[in-house]
Design a protein around this ligand. Sequence first.
Ligand SMILES: NC(=O)C1=CN([C@@H]2O[C@H](COP(=O)(O)OP(=O)(O)OC[C@H]3O[C@@H](n4cnc5c(N)ncnc54)[C@H](OP(=O)(O)O)[C@@H]3O)[C@@H](O)[C@H]2O)C=CC1
Ligand SMILES: CC(C)(CO)C(=O)C(=O)O
Length: 308
Amino acid sequence: MNIIVVGAGAVGGYFGGKIAKHGFPVTFLVRQKRYEELQEKGLIIKSVHGDFSLKPTLALDVNEIENPDLVIVAIKNYHLDEAFPQLKALVDKGAKILPLLNGIKHLEKFIDEFGEKNVIGGLCSIETTLNSHGEIVQTSRLQDIVFGPIASIGEEALLFEFKQILESSSIPHTLSDYIIGEMWKKFIFITTLSGITATLRQPIGVALADQVTLDFVKSLISEVCQIAKVKGIRLPENIEELTLTRIKSLSPKMTASMHRDLEKGLPLELDDLQGYALTVAKEYQLETPCLQSVYALLHPYKNGRITQ
Ligand SMILES: NC(=O)C1=CN([C@@H]2O[C@H](COP(=O)(O)OP(=O)(O)OC[C@H]3O[C@@H](n4cnc5c(N)ncnc54)[C@H](OP(=O)(O)O)[C@@H]3O)[C@@H](O)[C@H]2O)C=CC1
Ligand SMILES: CC(C)(CO)C(=O)C(=O)O
């Protein structure tokens, strides 16, 4: 299977690097600056699981790629529009698209543009970031990919082959038969976790240790769960409790990638998480005061560091 990873950052570089290290063909489709950096230094991963590095196969343009089978999309939501023509060209060459981005909106767009049969649902859990040397730094042991068919017709073989590849690459994973539900569970979790840690500028332990903030966390979870329900997503009855338990089970030092982006002065995926949830809430006339507060307090940072 020819795997293409679009974006060699914290997520794509880590998972793609691990798959390549285990001997499977992986091509990283990257932009000029990252291309030069990776050509010069190689792909370097500094991880709590053990450091490793490799000389990655790189492409700057989709024309350099032949016979792509699976495209793992691992760029930020706000870079998708620019990448779209390249993704479309890969689909035209016969590839299936597996996005690992946080959020839901991108999946709706991919399905609209490429059709259900060319899109695989997916999400990942990992705590990684790019440091100033372009190295990928993994700060906790968490690593997991969940993926599954949107439309299963004819795609089973590809999904099972990818599952084998993840198995052989020692990447924990689940092949789900209700990936939309899994993506919404992650959406509820990450919209809460990122909203809280970014707004507080603190890891999650600080929020959970303060009763007033903990009550706010619970209300925020409840609001996002209501949004998933009006969208018709089948979720466990006790999804609010399950999400809170999941958040409480995290290391108190845990933070979300949105919080790390805020600290680095990078743009935030605000309109794909809290903003998207608010759009749905508005459509269904739901009251979401906590979500609105988080969105408003992060909004000045949406496009990155404030320079004035
Ligand atoms: N980091 C984490 O811990 C987690 C992140 N996620 C999600 O995963 C997604 C990716 O995040 P993350 O890996 O952290 O982001 P990063 O910013 O670390 O990496 C994204 C990479 O995409 C590259 N890129 C942007 N546009 C293009 C393009 N058109 N073609 C090729 N490469 C491109 C950027 O390179 P350059 O700009 O240099 O060209 C950058 O290296 C996000 O949706 C995030 O929310 C999910 C779980 C955990
Ligand atoms: C789940 C978590 C917190 C780590 O994977 C994440 O998705 C993020 O940081 O964006």
